[in-house]
Design a protein around this ligand. Sequence first.
Ligand code: ZN
Ligand code: ZN
Length: 375
Amino acid sequence: MESSLVKEGPLLLPLNRERSVYGGFLTVQERDFRVRILLPPDRQLKQAKLHCCWQLKHLLRGYEHVVKQRLQHSADLVGFILELKTVLEVALKGSPKNLSIPPPQYYSQLISEMEELGWDKLVSIDAEFRTLRLKAGDSSGRQHVLTVKLKAKHPEEAPGCSADLPVPLDIAWTPQSTLPQLHSRFLLLLESLAEFWEVLDEIDAKTWVLEPEKPGRADTMRRIAIGNNVSIKVEVDPRHPKMLPESWLLGADHAVTPLRNKLNGNMHSWNPDSSVLHNLQDVLEIEFPSPATHEKSSFSAECGICYSYRLEAAIPEQVCNDPRCGQPFHQACLYEWLRALPSSRQSFNIVFGECPYCSKVTLCIMMMMMMKANS
Ligand code: ZN
Ligand code: ZN
């Protein structure tokens, strides 16, 4: 028996004189697993005990009954070892994820890094200890979260960091990166964006922001209410937050044209040392309505076709140009309305038709805009 055992499992050898304990390594798919088999005094395989290393134990989870059965039915130790190898082949094939179970040092390293960083920084950790969420406060007291996906656990997933930022998270991750290092690099990046968030926090606090509904730290756009169905959409550059932002005035022509003229005429007086909100008010020669002066409901007029304010993410953007009407519509609703109207006409990518409210003014809508709104 021993000679054939050496042939089948050359790394499995008797460990004592009585030949009741065998130990060594099993090689399956180029991986070595430490095993130990304890035979009872009568050396009957039926009563044998199998001791496995923790990796093997993990792999054989769910296959215990098969192993037990093979142990009872194998004629001898060699036969059992061959059976065990077959079970392992199947287990390895069935759960490729198990290949990436980290060694125990991974966890002790993780704990010592967290101790260095401070446990108070930990927001959450997943059940497998693969993904950590760490909190970081910038110098202005804003709270941020850095998500760290740790060292190559799932083979199909790359390790790395992510966060709610308006710029790519520029933290180079290497297998040597420690949590305190990643965290301090994140803090530096947060400081470089402090001015950007200052600009947007002021807008969020002192004006009525119509879009996005709940701005996140990564959002660079704000649609600010100016008056009933008149608003300005600004896109703040995270790297140059105090420069004149890209802006679009939205609303009926009669309301928007004078504002557009002021914007174009006063652009040169934009002062990069002042905040975007102050500059916008100076350039447009207006005061934005604020939560202190107005109710939000005065700027959130419903669409005249579907009678709702929000249609999926869209808010009514198209406004009737007749100053006495001024009814707002969702672009999607107006497009459907005009398309169904026999009197409406289409020229190139523009659809023309009468306002469903006042019938006086011809509304037009660009198909290109519609395609964007529908996508
Ligand atoms: Zn609508
Ligand atoms: Zn109208």
